[in-house]
Design a binder for this molecule. Structure first.
Ligand SMILES: Nc1ncnc2c1ncn2[C@@H]1O[C@H](COP(=O)(O)OP(=O)(O)OP(=O)(O)O)[C@@H](O)[C@H]1O
Length: 326
């Protein structure tokens, strides 16, 4: 089954309503994730990564809404599914973990019960069975003394332990797709590595496809075979992770690579200080005309200011959205 398309996103557009106006916060986003595959989505804060993930799991809320395009999961268009079917998919076949588990966990319910609920809701287990399964699920994310920990409330756990609980909930039903939105950003460095290892190991063991979202290209390259680079609501490059580092095609990707402390070519040679991309991602209401990256691009021309580049396929199977990718 691996290698078959699981998630197919075509020309996704996400609108942000502001009074009578609608701004396209995400536009022309297309990508496919095959069964069992791990893909990364990288870009600075505000590029539209999180809202893309929320759209995929049917959790966009006003003022954000899907403005166009299609999302097919396992061959079925999710926008056309009745709400009850979408609820059946969410948490069961598509799961999501967030940066801050405290916001996703119920503070008033013991963590074991929150895990058990998944088995009751989606797998038809009795509460007694589900509570045993919850202990097993906690053990699988390497929470020590899981039979005691199931009784703990979220505030009694450390940030790393809470994230493990979140992963246990997400993977409880053996989803086909896990959306991991900055799952380690709020954690300290040693815990980050443990959590990433856990996601990598458990998803590989269960054949779960993963969409890993991060502003950290180093992390994404470590975890994912394929990388989509997002800038101001558009995918500007999609390549195999090693190709992104070897020969970034889009100037934005080049900037992200150059700003990595260990991998940036300039840093490697130790001759020049790290080059960062100057400026910031514009707000959705002020995306520039032409190529959205043009005001920050060191190589932009009149054409970039006037004309939005189309997607160009690259010989290595990737694609880029830049007039001057060659
Ligand atoms: N509920 C909301 N209301 C208004 N604007 C929103 C809302 N949620 C997101 N946005 C805007 O949509 C754009 C994309 O946000 P999104 O959170 O997807 O970015 P991101 O790349 O995931 O960044 P971050 O890592 O900071 O979440 C941003 O400009 C953001 O301000």
């Amino acid at each position: 089954m691996n290698g078959q398309p699981l998630l197919e996103v075509e020309n996704l557009r996400i609108d942000l309503a502001a009074g009578d106006t609608r701004f396209a916060a995400v536009q022309d986003v297309s990508f496919t994730i095959n069964r069992g595959e791990t893909m990364g989505l990288v870009g600075e804060s505000g590029c539209g990564k999180s809202i893309t993930a929320l759209a995929l799991i049917g959790l966009l809320r006003h003022p954000l809404m899907i403005g166009g395009g299609t999302i097919r999961f396992d061959g079925r268009e999710i926008q056309k599914l009745p709400a009850s079917e979408m609820r059946g998919l969410r948490g069961n076949r598509i799961a999501m973990i967030f940066q801050e588990p405290m916001t996703a966990l119920n503070p008033l319910s013991p963590v074991g019960r929150q895990i058990a609920e998944m088995f009751v809701l989606h797998k038809g287990a009795s509460w007694r069975e589900a509570e045993n399964l919850a202990v097993e699920a906690l053990a699988s994310v390497r929470v020590p003394a899981p039979e005691r920990r199931v009784k703990d409330y979220p505030h009694q756990l450390s940030g790393g332990m809470r994230q493990r609980v979140m992963i246990a909930i997400a993977l409880a039903c053996g989803p086909d797709l896990l959306l991991a939105d900055e799952p380690t950003t709020a954690l300290d460095v040693t815990v980050q590595a443990e959590i990433l290892d856990l996601i990598r190991e458990l998803s590989a063991a269960k054949g779960t496809a993963v969409l890993m979202i991060s502003h950290d290209l180093g992390l994404i390259a470590n975890m994912c075979r394929r990388v989509g680079v997002m800038y101001a609501g558009k995918l500007v490059e999609e390549r195999a992770a090693e190709d992104v580092f070897r020969s970034p095609s889009h100037p934005y990707t080049g900037g992200l690579v150059a700003s990595l402390p260990l991998l940036g070519a300039r840093a490697r040679h130790g001759r020049q200080r790290l080059r960062e991309i100057s400026g910031v991602v514009p707000p959705v209401s002020a995306f520039p005309k032409g190529c959205r990256f043009n005001p920050r691009c060191h190589a932009s021309t009149d054409r970039c200011r006037a004309e939005d580049p189309v997607v160009t396929a690259l010989p290595d199977g990737g694609f880029v959205r830049c007039h001057y990718h060659e």
